[in-house]
Design a protein around this ligand. Structure first.
Ligand code: PMP
Length: 361
C-alpha cells in the first residue's frame, strides 16, 4: 500500500454494480429492468451486429493502431482533419489520456460539484489536486469555476449535458467561459450526451477548437450510438494537442471490433434518429409521472432523469430493486436525496413508474 502514489491510495473504488444475472439470482427475480447506467435501450443495431460478425475472422491480427477508417469517417462527417482526432477505449479512456498527457502532481484540476466521477478519479490517480466548485441549480457555476483558477490550475472539466444532473449550458454561456479561460489551462468539454440535445441548442464545439487550442471536446459511442459494451470514444482538439495525446496513448486502445462497430454506427442514421426519438418519448413519460406524483426532478437534456425522492433515497433504491427495477443512487455525487433513472423503452419506464407508485402509496 505504501508503494502506491498518494492520490491512488486516497481513491475510492469506482462503484460498479453487480452483474445483472448475479442480482437476478440473489433476488430470485427474472428479467430485472436496468435503468442504471444510461445505456441505449434499443440494444445493438442490426447493421453493427452484421459488421461485428464480419470482423471476427480478422481477430487473430492486431487492430489498426491508428484507427485509420474510423478517423477518416469522423473527419468526413464533422468536417475535421484526422490529425485533430484522438480515439479511446470509450471516452473514459480519452479523459484519462488527456489528464495523463497534460497534468502532473503539482497541478490543480477544476470540475463542478455533482460532476462525473471519472474527473476526480483521473485527477487523483496522477496525484494532482481536484477542486470541486459548488454547483448552481445543480449545474455548472461557470463564473465560480473561472474564479477558482489559480496559477496551479492546468485543466477544467465541463460536461454538457452533465451527468448525473442532466443540466445543460447554452452556447453563449460556454463560449463566454472558454474565451475567459487562460490559454495555459485546458478546457475538457465532455459531450457524452450531445446527440440527445436538439441540434439548434448544441454548441458548435468542434469548430471552436480552431479558435481555442486549449479546448478538447470528447464524445462517445456508448450512449445514442448504443455501443457501451464495445468501448469507443474520441476527442477533437487542435492537432498539436491530439499529437501529444496520441504519443501518450496505448497503440491498441481500441480493438478491431470496437473500431468497426463505431465506423458502422456513425453511418447508421436511422438508429441514431430512433435512439433520440425513444429517448424524447421516455423523458416525457418520466417527467409526466414526476409531475403527477409531485416529485421534484432536475430537468435533463440527457438520456436520464434525476429525481428527488427524499431522505429515504437509499431505501427506495433498495425497494425498487426488490420490485425488479434497478436505478442509480447518486449519494456519491453529493445528491443523497435523489435517484438517477435512465430512460428505457416505454414498458421499462412503465415498470419503474408502477414500482414507484406502489412504494409511494
Ligand atoms: N462522460 C460522461 C459525462 C458520462 O456520463 C459517461 C458515461 N457514464 C462518460 C463520459 C463515459 O462514457 P464512455 O467511457 O462509455 O464513453
Amino acid at each position: 500500500k505504501q508503494l502506491a502514489n498518494e492520490g491512488v491510495r486516497n481513491l475510492q473504488p469506482y462503484q460498479a454494480g453487480k452483474p445483472i444475472e448475479e442480482l437476478e439470482r440473489e433476488l430470485g427475480i427474472k428479467d430485472i429492468v436496468k435503468l442504471a447506467s444510461n445505456e441505449n435501450p434499443l440494444g445493438l443495431s442490426s447493421k453493427v451486429r452484421a459488421a461485428l460478425q464480419d470482423t471476427l475472422s480478422g481477430l487473430a491480427r492486431y487492430p489498426d493502431a491508428n484507427g485509420f477508417y474510423l478517423k477518416s469517417k469522423l473527419a468526413k462527417k464533422f468536417g475535421l482533419q484526422t490529425s485533430q482526432i484522438t480515439l479511446g477505449n470509450g471516452s473514459n479512456d480519452v479523459l484519462e489520456l488527456v489528464a495523463r498527457t497534460f497534468v502532473s502532481a503539482e497541478h490543480e484540476v477544476i470540475f463542478s460539484q455533482h460532476a462525473f466521477v471519472v474527473y476526480p478519479l483521473v485527477t487523483q490517480a496522477i496525484g494532482a489536486k481536484g477542486i470541486a466548485v459548488p454547483a448552481q441549480d445543480y449545474g455548472h457555476d461557470l463564473d465560480a469555476m473561472l474564479a477558482a483558477i489559480t496559477p496551479k490550475t492546468r485543466m477544467i472539466f465541463v460536461a454538457n449535458p452533465n451527468n448525473p444532473t442532466g443540466t445543460f449550458l447554452s452556447t453563449e454561456a460556454l463560449q463566454d467561459f472558454i474565451a475567459k479561460v487562460p490559454e495555459n489551462v485546458l478546457v475538457i468539454l465532455d459531450e457524452a450526451y450531445s446527440e440527445y440535445v436538439a441540434e439548434a441548442d448544441r454548441a458548435p464545439s468542434f469548430a471552436w477548437v480552431d479558435s481555442y487550442p486549449n479546448l478538447v471536446v470528447t464524445r462517445t459511442f456508448s450512449k445514442a450510438y448504443g455501443l457501451a459494451g464495445l468501448r469507443a470514444g474520441y476527442a477533437v482538439s487542435h492537432p498539436e494537442v491530439a499529437d501529444l495525446m496520441n504519443r501518450a496513448r496505448q497503440p491498441f486502445n481500441m480493438n478491431s471490433l470496437s473500431l468497426r462497430a463505431a465506423e458502422v454506427a456513425l453511418d447508421d442514421e436511422d438508429y441514431l434518429q430512433q435512439s433520440v426519438a425513444v429517448n424524447a418519448a421516455g423523458m416525457e413519460q418520466l417527467v409526466a409521472f414526476c409531475e403527477s406524483a409531485n416529485l421534484p426532478y432536475i430537468p435533463s437534456q440527457g438520456n436520464f432523469l434525476t429525481i428527488e425522492v427524499g431522505d429515504g433515497a437509499a431505501d427506495i433504491y433498495d425497494k425498487l430493486l426488490h420490485e425488479g427495477v434497478i436505478v442509480r443512487p447518486v449519494a456519491g455525487y453529493g445528491l443523497p436525496r435523489h435517484l438517477r433513472v435512465s430512460i428505457g423503452m416505454p414498458e421499462e419506464n412503465e415498470a419503474f413508474i408502477t414500482a414507484m407508485r406502489k412504494l409511494l402509496d
